[in-house]
Design a binder for this molecule. Sequence first.
Ligand SMILES: Cc1cc2nc3c(=O)[nH]c(=O)nc-3n(C[C@H](O)[C@H](O)[C@H](O)COP(=O)(O)OP(=O)(O)OC[C@H]3O[C@@H](n4cnc5c(N)ncnc54)[C@H](O)[C@@H]3O)c2cc1C
Length: 466
Amino acid sequence: MADLTKKYDVLVVGGGNAALCAAISARRAGASVLVLEAATKFYRGGNTRHTRNMRCAHDAATKELTGPYTEEEFFDDLLRVTGGNTDEPLARHMIHESKAMLGWIAEQGVRFQPSLGGTLSLGRTNSFFLGGGRAMLNALYRTAEALGVAVEYEAEVADLDIVDGMFLSATAKRGNGERATIRAGALVAACGGFESNIEWMKQYWGAPADNFLVRGTPHNRGTVLKLLLDKGVGEIGDPTQCHAVAIDARAPKYDGGIITRLDCVVFGIVVNKHAQRFYDEGEDVWPKRYAIWGRLVAGQPDQIGYIIFDASSLTLFMPSLFPPIKAATIAELAAALGLDPAALTDTVAKFNAAVRPGTFDHTVLDDCRTEGITPAKSHWARRIEAAPFYAYPVRPGITFTYLGTRVNKDARMLMKDGRPSANMFAAGEIMAGNVLGRGYAAGIGMTIGSVFGRIAGREAAANARN
Ligand SMILES: Cc1cc2nc3c(=O)[nH]c(=O)nc-3n(C[C@H](O)[C@H](O)[C@H](O)COP(=O)(O)OP(=O)(O)OC[C@H]3O[C@@H](n4cnc5c(N)ncnc54)[C@H](O)[C@@H]3O)c2cc1C
């Protein structure tokens, strides 16, 4: 157990990628470091446990990456997904620093592997962790502890003593209900967004938030974020913005992870509880569109949707943890889903009648499309006619929120009046809104955490020693 009575140079709140990168970096810069993680040891590491890859700029192919991905191309991708809603100097700084990250992360014991099949075509841009996010985290924890970083689990920070932009101490609630007050020379807040706090989500989404599923940890409740904003730290990001995808409606409320995501929208049609289609399922290639379906389903009655497809598509995508619901006819499928059989039969018949002949190729924007139907299906439209028929129920799965603390290039928090905080830094999801005003590019969550975590740790260590 860590000594919570001593004053540390750097206190890191959180136990995921951003926190561990900060802790290692601060320790390597000579600081004494304490990490407070709300979760138990087994569940340590927040949403990072579920990750598979990170996006870093690189000038040439590597052992694992199939080609170059320049800083300019990375920035162009970021501009496109955010619609320009990013802090350009900060984003460019992050992208530049990302070039060194693959090497730095590997130095901390993390191993990479070539991208897996069926993973959104990321073989050139994104480096995959050998063994996934958990293996990545285990390596970071091993390194941190070997360097002498103290880690305390079941220590949820519930209060912060901050005077005029200066951090003095944190109060942690322990697993046994006790409270401990910990003093440190500098604070790194790396404790995620507030997506697990459904009550807070409801302030922006209303009652529909009750039907949201949280893809990751139940511990990212935004307690520290709220304390920081209440105590004068500047706010960044639109509180309604978050990364949300369509996931299997049978997933658990929290921590369903990657195996409940459904990538089969493009192979069928998606209907709501009235058995009506509501959006173009073939608008663009899936990597560019997968992150809009969470919001689309959130906008439907009771926040539920159903992906309907036939036997010809069953083996074309990565399956969910749960088997699809199967029936011999569309009417029987509707009955199994609790939908009106006549309405679903009619929707499928109208869709089938609108499908124009084409050459199906799900790897490109093919010419299989509908005509004379609203909404259209612009690509990959094939008649749903080969029994048996299948369906997956889907709900919005929230990955993380974008409201955060404002920071500068040193990952130092900026107060509401624009002044830099005396000794408070932030990294990861808690400050992702500085770079991601909206939208998402696969793998950038880990880039934000690693790059700003490393910077925050270094700067916090320098700050604490001065
Ligand atoms: C299913 C899934 C798959 C994903 N896949 C990818 C991917 O492949 N690539 C990618 O780039 N991104 C991915 N993401 C997003 C990615 O997980 C995050 O962007 C990244 O992990 C954020 O790191 P972080 O350290 O900021 O937060 P987290 O890893 O979530 O860590 C936050 C930590 O803070 C702790 N905490 C929270 N509140 C407190 C408190 N009050 N006191 C103490 N500790 C607290 C939590 O327990 C947790 O350990 C995925 C997310 C999910 C849910």
